[in-house]
Design a protein around this ligand. Structure first.
Ligand SMILES: Cc1ncc(COP(=O)(O)O)c(C=O)c1O
Length: 509
């Protein structure tokens, strides 16, 4: 506490010897607070160090220290031995003052995102993925409630208990070798991928694999093919790398390689989802696969194969990968555990062509070094001890049932309104709307009924028949039933709205 004499001079600062702060600090704090709240006016004279020491009953050196700091920081003015005054411009006020125009310009310059960031900001992002709990018919979510969490927890605890100092240090940017070996074995048998563990890099999801591929093979201005309609998130890494994106039409046989050759024969990279095209769900035909590989060979281009949900085929064996067909090492093959296990795991893999192994290693080193050891180690055990295969078998059976249920209910309740495209694979289905219906009106109506749908138009930049993508894998049976009923109600709402609008129009005319 500080008291002032009627002269305006400081007569007392209450000091507390029990406080941790040294006395000179308490004097400094007290005076600074008085200056800032205006009790000690700007320009006002302050007691001499001798007077102040006397008033406060402290040593003069304590006051000298406090005054020195206040002088150094620009609160007090005046040399030792002469009268001391409060500065007319205080540092805190200076900091809060309006910046000069040149400073404002510098601030605006600093705050402006880079051209690359501005381009990324302009891209659509699916924030509904993290908004709230999954509901019918949220796409992209697996049945996380089917995960063998107890087994995962046991493996995690075991790995943690046994973690050596070496395991907890920095590790190979390509990832944990036993996991890379387990993945190479799995991919050889399940996906027909031809590779050595040395080519397998563990990444934090398939999107990181694409980001690395873009860093490694693209220069700004290089052209990249992207399926149209196609995976919206692929725009991100391609855009960040400064690529010029050329959209190549997808038909019932997958990407139209002939159109790609016509539009951009010298593209450097083609992003494809051959096993089950995202979002249309079609499979790239053998003829097109061979044509794509042939184009890559002749153009000296790379193919990025995103095999994100290849495990889920319900009517027979999953199709082999494009990578396994390619004799030239031109396919960069990526997969993810986001669909087969859970997205929050943030683990995926990329099978790097031999010619790019060193460059991927360097790119990864400077991006985020490597993936988390613990998750990799637990996943290795999960795979090698048989949990992974078992989980795929169980989820595949459940997803097949959910897909069949969705088809059956849609046939019954949505006939003539939403026509679901036949498919025996994947975690989503495409539903075609009546040609005259607006996707946006439909989305609004379904949203009002508590149902999530993804618009097909959000996967493309060109006019396309109105349609939606419905996810079913992570949606429980009762939610699918309720969801289909709500879709039907949304159609009723739309028709009622159209009838009312027509009546209103007739009355007015
Ligand atoms: C085409 C495609 N690739 C990859 C992924 C998964 O990416 P990540 O492994 O980064 O979670 C998805 C998820 O929806 C996808 O649709």
């Amino acid at each position: 506490m500080i008291r002032r004499a009627s002269s305006g001079r400081i007569v007392q600062v209450h000091l507390d010897g029990r406080l941790a702060a040294p006395l000179h600090r308490q004097v400094y704090d007290g005076l600074r607070a008085l200056i800032l709240d205006g009790t000690l006016r700007r320009g006002a004279s302050v007691s001499s160090t001798r007077e102040m020491a006397h008033e406060l009953n402290v040593s003069r050196s304590t006051v000298i220290l406090a005054y020195k700091q206040l002088r150094d920081e620009g609160y007090l003015l005046g040399r030792m031995g002469s009268a001391t005054r409060v500065c007319s411009t205080l540092p805190d006020l200076a900091l809060r003052a309006q910046p000069a125009p040149s400073q404002r310009k510098a601030d605006a310059h600093r705050a402006a995102p880079s051209t690359r960031a501005r381009k990324l900001l302009a891209l659509p992002r699916r924030m509904n993925l993290i908004d709230h709990a999954p509901r019918a018919f949220r796409a992209a979510v697996p049945a996380v409630d089917m995960l063998p969490v107890d087994a995962w927890g046991r493996l995690l605890a075991r790995r943690w208990r046994r973690a050596s100092a070496r395991a907890l240090a920095y590790s190979d940017p390509f990832g944990y070798l036993p996991l890379r070996t387990a993945i190479a074995d799995y991919l050889a048998t399940a996906r027909g991928v031809v590779c050595e563990p040395a080519q397998v890099m563990i990444v934090n999801g398939a999107l990181e694999a694409l980001d690395l591929a873009c860093r490694v093979v693209l220069d700004p201005g290089d052209v990249a093919w992207l399926e149209d309609p196609g995976y919206f998130a692929a725009h991100g890494p391609l855009t960040a790398a400064g690529a010029r994106i050329v959209r190549v039409r997808v038909d019932a046989h997958g990407i139209d390689v002939a159109q790609g050759r016509q539009l951009a024969p010298h593209a450097r990279l083609a992003f494809v989802t051959p096993t089950r095209q995202q979002p249309l769900g079609v499979t790239l035909s053998l003829e097109r696969r061979l044509a794509l590989i042939e184009w890559a060979r002749s153009a000296g281009a790379w193919i990025f194969e995103d095999d994100y949900d290849g495990e889920f085929r319900y009517g027979g064996r999953p199709l082999s990968s494009l990578q396994g067909l390619d004799p030239d090492g031109s396919v960069i093959y990526a997969g993810t555990f986001s669909k087969v296990l859970f997205p929050a795991l943030r683990l995926g893999y990329v099978v790097v062509p031999p010619a790019l192994v060193d460059a991927f290693g360097a790119a990864r080193y400077f991006l985020d070094f490597s993936s988390s050891y613990l998750e990799q180690a637990v996943l290795t055990d999960f795979i090698t001890e048989g949990h992974f295969e078992r989980h795929i078998r169980r989820t595949r059976a459940v997803y097949a049932e959910r897909q069949a249920l969705l088809y059956a209910l849609a046939r019954k309740q949505l006939a003539g309104r939403l026509s679901l495209q036949e498919s025996d694979a994947g975690m989503t289905v495409v539903g075609w709307l009546p040609p005259s219906m607006s996707e946006f009106d439909f989305a609004r109506a379904t949203h009002a009924r508590g149902v999530d749908v993804e618009l097909l138009s959000s996967f493309t930049g060109r006019p396309i028949a109105p349609g939606v993508v419905l996810g079913f894998a992570g949606i429980r049976d009762w939610e699918i039933r309720e969801g289909v009923t709500n879709l039907s109600r949304a159609f009723d709402d739309l028709e009622r709205g159209t009838r009312l609008a027509a009546k209103g129009g007739a009355r007015r005319s």
